[in-house]
Structure formats: C-alpha cells, structure tokens
Design a protein around this ligand. Structure first.
Ligand SMILES: [Zn+2]
Length: 201
C-alpha cells in the first residue's frame, strides 16, 4: 500500500528533483504547498509556467533572457571586447552587484565535473570560442567558482584560449576557497575582479 495518495507522491517526487532538496525537504515543502489556499498555490504554479514560457537563454551569452538577446548584450554602453566567463546566470547577478565590471558575459551553464560526467561538450564552450573572433574579444576573464570544478574549468579554458592570442585572466584569490561566487560579498568579489591575474597555461 502506498504511503501517500498518488498525487501527493508525484508532488514530493518532483520537488525532490530540485537541486539541494532532499527527500525530507521535499516532503516538508509538499505538505506546505498542500496547506496553501488555492489562490496561493495557483500563483506559484503560474509563476513557473510563465517563467518557462517567457524566459529562455540569450543566443549570444546564454544568460537568461526574455528576448533573443539579453539586456546586457543589447546594452551599447558595455565594453564589447571584454568578456567575463561564468558558470551560471546567478553569477552574472553577483558580479553585476559589484559594479566593477563593464564588459559582457558568457554563461557556460555549468562547470567541468568528471564525477557528474560533465565535460566541455556539455557546456557552452564551443559557443564561447565562436564568439571570440567576430566580437574581437581582447580579454577573457575566467570567473568560475573557486572550487574544484570551477578551477578545473578555468584551467581547461585557459589552455584552450591562450593560444588564440587574447589576454586570459583569472579572478584573484581572496574569495573563500570551495565556495560559490554568489555567496561572496560584493566588496570581496569586486576586489577579486580588480586584482585579476594573467593565467599561465
Ligand atoms: Zn546575452
């Protein structure tokens, strides 16, 4: 006999698929949702449906975007020759908050992780390389997270990009090692960007 009604179990299963949500949290959130008024629950469901319908990825930088190109790529005040490579759209938000960076971005949509079977082919690396020449990029700043996957990704990209003749830099240390960019405070992240160094590869 099933522990929960099928619909409840479906809800728990779907929530459990979300990043960082274990089985216990999935159960707790499911029962919280069931206690909501119909209007509140519908608002959440509609927000998910609307976001999926309206938001996709920028065709140039792979940041989230409501149009074909995101606001940052479309902004003529940004330096078009300076490119900051990050793992996820949330990292773009973290860097924008520092007000230290005036170039454009490229979102890899992940990091190299052999354990999870993620290699460069699963990331937006090919798309990055294809941008460099047409956009006359002179410097690529590797702004991946200061953890094992982020460092491996930065090293891989440095080896790939340096021979192509542009400046390749890595954000300075000073960020908590093993951490995520999004948890770094604005001042620390701003300083890390300012103190970026050329990568030897
Ligand atoms: Zn974009």
């Amino acid at each position: 006999m099933a522990v929960y009604a099928a619909a409840v179990q479906d809800l728990i299963d779907e929530l459990g698929r979300l990043p960082g949500i274990g089985p216990k949290s999935a159960q707790r959130i499911a029962f919280h949702l069931l206690k909501l008024s119909k209007d509140d629950a519908l608002r959440l469901a509609t927000a998910i449906t609307e976001a999926k319908a309206r938001v996709s990825f920028c065709r140039r930088c792979y940041n989230v975007s409501e149009g074909e190109e995101c606001d940052l790529c479309a902004d003529p005040r940004r330096d078009p020759h300076l490119l900051c490579v990050v793992e996820e759209p949330r990292d773009v938000v973290a860097i924008e908050k520092t007000h230290e960076f005036k170039g454009r971005y490229h979102v890899l949509q992940g990091a190299i992780s052999p354990i999870e079977g993620i290699g460069p082919e699963q990331l937006r690396v090919k798309e990055l390389v294809q941008r460099l020449e047409p956009e006359a990029i002179t410097e690529v700043i590797l702004c991946t997270n200061p953890n094992i996957e982020g460092e491996a990704t930065a090293m891989y990209l440095a080896r790939l990009l340096k021979p192509l003749g542009m400046r390749v830099t890595r954000i300075a240390s000073g960020l908590p090692v093993g951490g995520d960019l999004e948890y770094a405070d604005e001042l620390t992240l701003g300083r890390a960007l300012e103190g970026r160094r050329d990568v030897d590869a």
